[in-house]
Each structure stands twice: as C-alpha cells, then as structure tokens.
Design a protein around this ligand. Structure first.
Ligand SMILES: [Mg+2]
Length: 214
C-alpha cells in the first residue's frame, strides 16, 4: 500500500518496506574490477589508472582504444566481470541484516545496456548474488529505476540519482568519485547506509519524514 494515498503503489504491493538497491559501485566493487580489467585491456600498469574517475571512465584514456562500450563488453564476456567482482566492504552482511529485519531487498540494475551480452550479464549476476549470499526478493534489469517502486533507493550514478530524486524518490547517494557534488543524504560506507535505511523505515512506519524533508 502507498503510505500517503492508501492505494496499492506500483511494486509496493506487499506491505513491506522496500529498499531499491543498485549493484555496480554500491554492492559490487565495479570500479575496482574495471580498473584491473582496463589495465590489461589497455596494456598499462594498473597503478597508472587513477582511482579518481568520473562516470564513463574518460580519465583512463579509453576513447582511443574503442571507448567505454567496447571495454565493458570485453569485461563482461571475456573476464566475467559480474561473476568475479568483489563486493563492497560489508555490503553482503549488512543486506542480510536488513533482510532479516523484514526489509524487502529489491535489486534494480541497468546491466543490460550493452547488446549481445545479455545472457552473460544475467547469468553472472544471479551466480554472483548466490556466491556472496546476498538476499533479494526481486531482481530487476531496468533502465528507468523509477518504474519499479521502492520506499528508498541507493545508487551511485549521478544521472540515476538526479532522475530518481526528480521523480520524488527518496535516494541515498553511495559515495564515490563520480558523485561528490551531489547533495545528501549520502553513505560513505555500508554502516551509514544501514543507519539511513533504518531511519527511513522508522519514518515510513510513523509517518514522519525528517530525513529527506519530503
Ligand atoms: Mg551503480
């Protein structure tokens, strides 16, 4: 049920508090994995690739080697990016705790944006979530993350965060070098994310909304 209107909200039909979770750069160390794969692909030492990247990885000079889409396709289809990436520190264990408290984990990822690697992307993602024992009720491969409902979202990509917030969706920024200019609420680690999600659920239960000022 939608708390404000009393009507069933899209995707919010269960009565549970729904946490919409982005994977890359939030639960999985996407940029760490891409950095080692890019070093190999570019034939350069990994230390030469800055960790202070922006969205699209232009700082690594990939444009003259074919650009981002080509690197990304190599990473997924030849280096099993989505199966082998490491999780972000404490993400799996804290998601387990949140799930155990009755919060419904809804994973929403835009991993299918590259053509001809969809089977690999979906299979690797499901395997990876099992491998790290990450709990989830729903796994949504979506571009428009507002199209599936959640009471609170967490994301790191600036354009996703702006879009979600523009549509009135409460969204936590998960900090990295791509999103430092965005206003909070933000989490620098998963302990802070846990606290913000628990506060948001409390506000949802009690009908207050101090955290997001909405
Ligand atoms: Mg992301």
């Amino acid at each position: 049920m939608d708390k404000e209107t009393g009507s069933p909200g899209l995707g919010q039909e269960t009565g549970d508090f729904i946490f919409g979770v982005d994977l890359d750069g939030v639960v999985g160390d996407f940029y760490g994995s891409m950095r080692s794969i890019a070093a190999e692909w570019l034939g350069r030492p990994v230390e030469s690739l800055t960790t202070e990247i922006s969205y699209g990885l232009n700082e690594w000079g990939i444009a003259e080697y074919g650009g981002y889409d080509r690197l990304h396709r190599f990473a997924v289809t030849q280096r099993a990016l989505y199966r082998d990436m490491k999780p972000m520190q404490d993400a799996p264990s804290i998601l387990r705790k949140l799930s155990n408290r009755g919060i419904r984990i809804r994973i929403i990822t835009h991993r299918l944006f590259i053509k001809y690697s969809h089977v690999a992307s979906v299979n690797q993602t499901a395997d990876w979530l099992d491998k790290w024992d990450i709990p989830y009720w729903d796994l949504c491969f979506m571009n428009d993350k507002t199209a599936v409902g959640a009471h609170i979202y967490i994301d790191d990509a600036p354009q996703n965060i702006r879009h979600l917030r523009g549509e009135g969706c409460k969204t936590i920024v998960f900090s990295n070098s791509t999103n430092r200019d965005l206003p909070g609420p933000r989490a620098d680690n998963w302990q802070e994310a846990e606290r913000l999600v628990m506060e948001a659920r409390e506000e949802w239960k009690t009908g207050t909304s101090a955290l997001f000022g909405l």
